[in-house]
Ligand binder design. Structure first.
Ligand SMILES: Nc1ncnc2c1ncn2[C@@H]1O[C@H](COP(=O)(O)OP(=O)(O)OP(=O)(O)O)[C@@H](O)[C@H]1O
Ligand SMILES: [Mg+2]
Length: 255
């Protein structure tokens, strides 16, 4: 939905627009500020490079296509308000016996997303779009993946252009399918909702698989082991593709 504000038939403001104290959740690696209050999350940014209206459109598109995603309550340039998705993200601490179940549910979510009809998806994240965008974007050289530490921007660009895959296995990708962006029901271990869908669009399936396996196997979340990333790919039903994995992780350095 759009519109700067939404009043009920009685002219009453919805609760998140009335006065009250917001609790800051994160300043946001992506640059957006996220805060919460009364079952509602608010994401704000005045950076024109962060398309929160577009993120709202994508969350709504996902829900319309049967994927559980945060419900959009208000959405306009610079502001996205969503209803709280109940549960805990995959990045929260989970008991050891729950972790394989979370990994399986994450893989099943990826499969379901990637089974959506590409022709219905109006959002383009193919390399024809993302590589030129990468060439225009800034890179935080202090926040590179370990295997690229010490690289210059020129090194990154040269490698990106030299390793661009000749083919794309196109599906609907989430675009940032990492552990903090998927919330699960702690009892059933089923996905209760997908968040942070601003980069959703048609792309090679490895755009998601490379980010998901890095998030699972990486050092940021040591409750998961590299074996969990193997399990994720086995459950998804695909053999590892080291070439595309490396390329899509490199491409992500530019976002
Ligand atoms: N609707 C929601 N329901 C439940 N949790 C939410 C919701 N929206 C945001 N969050 C929480 O806030 C966190 C940050 O939100 P989001 O992922 O949209 O922003 P972000 O730009 O990725 O922030 P960061 O860069 O810090 O990850 C999420 O990982 C999640 O924990
Ligand atoms: Mg996020």
């Amino acid at each position: 939905m759009g519109g700067a504000s939404r009043r009920s038939a009685l002219g009453k403001l919805p609760p998140w627009q009335a006065g009250g104290v917001w609790e800051l959740v994160t300043g946001g690696m992506s640059g957006a500020r996220v805060s919460r209050r009364d079952g509602v999350y608010r994401k704000e940014s005045d950076d024109p490079g962060i398309d929160l209206a577009g993120e709202g459109e994508r969350l709504t598109w996902l829900r319309e296509h049967g994927i559980p995603a945060a419900e959009v309550l208000e959405c306009r340039p610079g502001l996205l308000v969503t209803a709280e998705v109940p549960g805990r993200s995959a990045a929260s601490p989970w008991p050891a016996e729950s972790r394989p179940l979370i990994i399986d549910a994450l893989a099943d979510l990826a499969r379901a997303l990637h089974a959506l009809p590409v022709d219905d998806c109006p959002f383009d994240r193919t390399l024809a779009v993302t590589v030129p965008a990468a060439l225009e974007s800034d890179v935080d050289l202090d926040d590179l993946d370990d295997e690229r530490l010490g690289w210059s921007r020129e090194d990154l660009v040269a490698e990106l252009l030299a390793t661009r895959p000749p083919d794309e296995d196109l599906v609907v990708c989430h675009g940032d399918l990492c552990l903090p962006n998927v919330v699960f029901d702690p009892t059933t271990h089923r996905v209760s909702g997908v968040l942070d869908a601003g980069l959703l669009g048609v792309a090679d399936r490895w755009a998601d698989l490379a980010i998901a396996t890095r998030s699972v196997a990486g050092e940021l979340n040591p409750q998961y082991r590299p074996e969990h990333a193997d399990r994720f790919l086995a459950r998804y039903g695909i053999a590892p593709d080291p070439v595309k994995t490396t390329f899509y992780r490199l491409l992500e350095e530019f976002s």
